[in-house]
Design a protein around this ligand. Structure first.
Ligand code: NAD
Length: 471
């Protein structure tokens, strides 16, 4: 193990930061500080960008087969970090080990495997009527990621970017940067050439302008809040840089009239309560037929107490704490807001474990209207808003009445559910709990983003087209 959390990875080596300033990470389940990482300065960002730019000519000319070979080797090394990944996500994010093992760990291995396979299916050269069109790397990519799926968001960017021949400067969230070290260490040990991947940690507010405006950066790949995404893009567009944005959501789950809603409950809970609701795709607006409201309330009140809220290290725990005090305070303030807006709190709120950490119980509001702020704004906590509809047309209108368009789900009779899915304005729609396909494109309509991640479309996001005309 070569990495240390007090260093950056720049130009193929673990190096000392330009500063002794650090950021302290707090375990959200206990409120105990447990690690520090450097708080990079713009000078560190510039060093990382220059290293990435130096490595670009050779890496972009490296055949795909060689890049794939290195990535396979890195994945094998990375898999040996499995226990450490799960432990660190419990510490930095508060993610329960039972949830983390798949969502924050094994699924990320699956994603890397998928990118390796799919990269070999990307059409890199095509003959048109009188030209040859090739896909080339974009260049130096600045990757900025959020805290809620610390590894997942990093994997979605740096793996396809590297496979497609780009070089990378990665700045993970300052709140959950630790597992990024393990991935970068695996790339280093696999033999990725110096400068192809570079890692700095610190605050986006301090580093964002440098990453977005430096002339050697060709593209910003950002996942995070819509507000920061807009600000960052405005800066990046001053230099006409490519931008890709994965932003927020307020996703609807339409329950079509049914005798029994039990079959939809696991999908609902998995989406809105697991990861403490800190999921961009969370199905936080549950749309149910007005005539079935009492039935749905009874179902929720029967099933929610079965969810175990508590210590993330305990394998029986389903829901851990909120990731930070800031997030905890924000979610509690939305719970207060919902009550003051006139919604009825069916269950939830501050959990008894709150004395120890930032725990909030699965929370449900009923009698919510879609114009309330709790139904329009991204709360990013385990808070479900139940909204009633009279007709299926009205349900579709309510589902689409949001500035976002990241995700949606429909449950009900198959033909009707598929016809409703077609009318939803979102980048992903799940019908009757269909499983996610790792090769499918992921991304948002409207204010949920620009561009796609995942599979071949996610790989092509990090390419640009060149047409050649000859005699
Ligand atoms: P955030 O926007 O506060 O921060 C995201 C990243 O941007 C962090 O690395 C942060 O340091 C950096 N940053 C902050 N200010 C910056 C600035 N001025 N310039 C450049 N970078 C800056 O978001 P967050 O709180 O970390 O994450 C939660 C948000 O992420 C939610 O809105 C969620 O919906 C969204 N998200 C979206 C997806 C998706 O795929 N669509 C996935 C996960 C999270």
């Amino acid at each position: 193990m070569a990495y240390r959390f007090d260093s950056f990875y720049i130009g193929g080596a673990w190096v000392k930061p330009s500063t002794t300033d650090v950021l302290t990470l707090e375990n959200p389940a206990t409120r105990a500080p447990f690690a520090t990482v450097p708080d990079a300065t713009p000078a560190d960002a510039v060093a990382a960008i220059e290293a990435a730019a130096s490595a670009l000519p050779a890496w972009s000319a490296t055949p795909l087969a060689k890049r794939v070979e290195l990535m396979q080797k890195a994945l094998e090394i990375f898999k040996t970090y499995r226990d450490e990944i799960i432990r660190l996500e419990a510490l930095e994010l508060g993610a329960p080990v039972s949830y983390s093992a798949n969502a924050h760990c094994d699924y990320q291995f699956t994603r890397i495997e998928s990118y390796i396979r799919e990269s070999q299916k990307v059409v890199l050269e095509e003959q048109f009527e009188q030209s040859t069109v090739v896909r080339e790397p974009v260049g130096v990519i600045a990757c900025i990621t959020p805290w809620n799926y610390p590894l997942g968001q990093v994997v979605q960017k740096i793996i396809p970017a590297l496979l497609m021949g780009n070089t990378v400067v990665l700045k993970p969230s300052q709140h959950t940067p630790l597992t990024a070290y393990l991935l970068v260490d695996s790339l280093d040990r696999a033999g990725f050439p110096a400068g192809t991947v570079n890692l700095i940690t610190g605050r986006g507010s301090k580093l964002g302008d440098t990453l977005a405006t430096h002339p050697l950066v060709d593209m910003i790949s950002f996942t995070g809040s819509t507000a920061v995404g807009i600000k960052l893009s405005q800066k990046a567009l001053e230099g006409v840089k490519r931008i890709s944005l994965e932003l927020g959501g307020k996703s609807p789950f339409i329950w079509l009239p049914s005798e029994d809603y039990e079959a939809a409950i696991n999908q609902l809970f998995g989406s809105v309560f697991y990861n403490s609701g800190q999921t961009c795709t969370a199905l936080t607006r549950l749309l149910v037929p007005e005539s079935d409201l009492e039935k749905v309330k009874a179902l929720l009140l029967r099933r929610i107490p079965q969810l175990v809220v508590g210590d993330p290290m305990d394998p029986k725990t389903n829901i851990g704490p909120m990731a930070s005090k800031a997030q905890y305070d924000k979610v509690l303030s939305y719970i207060e807001l919902g009550q003051s807006e006139g919604a009825e709190l069916l269950c939830g709120g501050r959990a008894p474990e709150a004395g120890k950490g930032y725990f909030i119980k699965p929370t449900v509001f009923v009698n919510v209207t879609n114009s309330m702020r709790i139904a329009r704004e991204e709360i990013f906590g385990p808070v479900l808003c139940v909204i009633t509809y009279k007709t299926v047309d009205e349900a579709v209108d309510i589902a689409n009445d949001t500035p976002y368009g990241l995700n949606a789900a429909v449950f009900g009779e198959r033909e009707l559910a598929l016809s409703v899915a077609k009318r939803i304005k979102a980048g992903n729609v799940y019908v009757n709990g269909g499983p996610r396909d790792v090769t499918a494109p992921f991304g948002g309509y409207k204010q949920s983003g620009i561009g796609r991640e995942g599979g071949r479309y996610g790989l092509m996001e990090f390419t640009q087209l060149k047409a050649t005309f000859d005699r």
